[in-house]
Design a protein around this ligand. Structure first.
Ligand SMILES: [Zn+2]
Length: 319
């Protein structure tokens, strides 16, 4: 099984309030389902009982954002994820991600286009864009960013978290955030910065999990998405709409979409998910499942059902 990494409480950050509106008024949803271990590029993580107990999911009563109260610090994330093994794993596949159906309408924009992909990884998405577009990318993984620069020599790349880098105001015509919003530490300052950096008439295109999706509701606390160590915040269509509108954007569409990864063995995964829901009573009784997983040396994680539990969002800056 390789080395197991034991994280201590000091590797985590305890949130004091809502990462969007700062309100401390929240409702406890539930402690997230724990599992035997979490896979990260640096190895398998084991969480002790105290940490497991403190990993509570709450809903902000002021703005509706759902968030983890205990999340790994940025330094912890860096330590666990700065590794070349992530290179292939998270590549941007135009087929499984529906490039044409989601992004096709953008390709007809005339004139100079300045585009930014936040969390650009190895530049997979940027490399699909028209040659003449000015391409910018941000990523916190130096290994991935190095690949991106090789792939797109004319591209302009910044190393860091989107929350920590500087962005020129009123500059970008298109900003994309593919599976990034759920990783944010500070939702408010990030969206403010991102929306400020958009040129008037510019588009923000993002994809993230949908808390209101049918599968998220069916799975309840066993929805795999909230259980991942690197996912900190969760949105409903109404929350994302509120946040974007408060930052001067008009939401043009929010539609359900399927997560791009794990499209192989789809029926196998769905069957396993069904089994998980039944065996664990939607994640409320997990010890028999974990014991069985332990016996087979598996993580015991809630399976990803590969269903329409994500949303694709397009918003436009009007002024
Ligand atoms: Zn809030």
């Amino acid at each position: 099984m390789g080395n197991l990494i034991q994280l201590s409480l000091s590797d985590f950050l305890q949130r004091q309030g809502c990462p969007y509106c700062n309100s401390q008024d929240n409702r406890l949803l539930y402690p997230v389902v724990s599992k035997n271990f979490y896979s990260t590029p640096q190895g398998k993580i084991v969480l002790n009982k105290t940490i497991q107990h403190k990993r509570q999911l709450v809903k902000c009563l002021a703005c509706g954002l759902i968030y983890h109260q205990l999340i790994p610090r940025k330094e912890t994330m860096k330590k666990l994820y700065q590794n070349s093994s992530v290179l292939e794993k998270w590549d941007w596949d135009p087929l499984t991600r529906g490039f044409q159906s989601k992004f096709g309408f953008m390709l007809n924009i005339n004139g100079k286009v300045q585009t930014l992909d936040i969390g650009c990884h190895t530049g997979g998405f940027l490399s699909l864009l028209p040659k003449k577009w000015e391409k910018h990318g941000i990523d916190f993984n130096a290994v991935s960013l190095n690949e991106a620069q090789k792939r797109i020599p004319e591209g302009i790349f910044q190393l860091g978290n989107v929350e920590d880098v500087d962005l020129s105001p009123n500059y970008f015509n298109i900003i994309t955030m593919w599976d990034i919003a759920e990783h944010l530490y500070n939702v408010q300052s990030t969206f403010r910065k991102v929306c400020t950096s958009m040129a008037p008439g510019g588009y923000l295109i993002l994809e993230t999990g949908n808390w209101e999706s049918l599968s998220a509701r069916i799975f309840g606390r066993s929805w795999y998405y909230t259980n991942l160590l690197e996912h900190f915040v969760f949105f409903e269509p109404s929350t994302i709409q509120l946040i974007l509108e408060e930052n001067g954007l008009v939401v043009q569409q929010i539609r359900p979409t399927i997560h791009h990864r794990n499209k192989d063995k789809t029926w196998h995964r769905r069957l396993k998910s069904l089994l998980y829901i039944i065996a664990s009573a939607r994640g409320t009784v997990i010890s028999p499942w974990l014991k069985t997983a332990e016996f087979f040396k598996k993580s015991g994680s809630p399976p990803n059902p590969v269903m329409y539990d994500h949303m694709f969002v397009v918003a436009k800056k009007v002024i």
